[in-house]
Structure formats: structure tokens, C-alpha cells
Design a protein around this ligand. Structure first.
Ligand SMILES: [Zn+2]
Length: 79
């Protein structure tokens, strides 16, 4: 499962939930790691049908940078 921050391939939208998703070659389509529990998709971690987006470069960069990260981090809290 890729991070949307660093994913270099084509970013699609999921037809089921409208959130970003990608196509894993030879496997199924997947949501991004950041969407851990923040995406209310009945298909998660897979996706509905992928919708091809006509991103311009600025908007895709913005999505990549600003997409909320709900993936749990397992760092030990500082006590
Ligand atoms: Zn979805």
C-alpha cells in the first residue's frame, strides 16, 4: 500500500467513495495508506471502479501534500 505523498504513478478517484486511489499493476486497485480509517469506503482497502482524473499538476500536488493522514503511527509516546 502506497503513501499518497510519495506515489509517482497515476492517481484515480474511487467511484464508490470519491477519494483518491491507485491501480496496483497485476493486483486490485487500492486506496492509499493515509486513508487508513478516514475513508468511509465499503470497498476499503480495495476500491470501487477507478475514475480517471484529468489532474493538472498543481492540483495533484496539492492533494498529495494536504491529504489528511489517519494512518496510525506506532511511535512510543515520550513519557
Ligand atoms: Zn473508495
Amino acid at each position: 500500500m502506497h503513501s499518497i505523498r510519495t506515489y509517482e504513478g497515476e492517481v484515480f478517484l474511487c467511484s464508490s467513495c470519491g477519494q483518491p486511489a491507485y491501480d496496483e499493476p497485476g493486483e486490485m486497485s487500492l486506496h492509499f495508506k493515509e486513508q487508513w480509517d478516514g475513508v468511509f469506503c465499503s470497498w476499503f482497502p480495495s476500491t470501487g471502479k477507478l475514475i480517471k482524473m484529468d489532474w493538472d499538476e498543481m492540483s495533484l500536488d496539492g492533494v498529495k501534500e494536504q491529504y489528511p493522514d489517519t494512518y496510525p503511527s506506532f511511535q512510543t509516546p515520550v513519557s
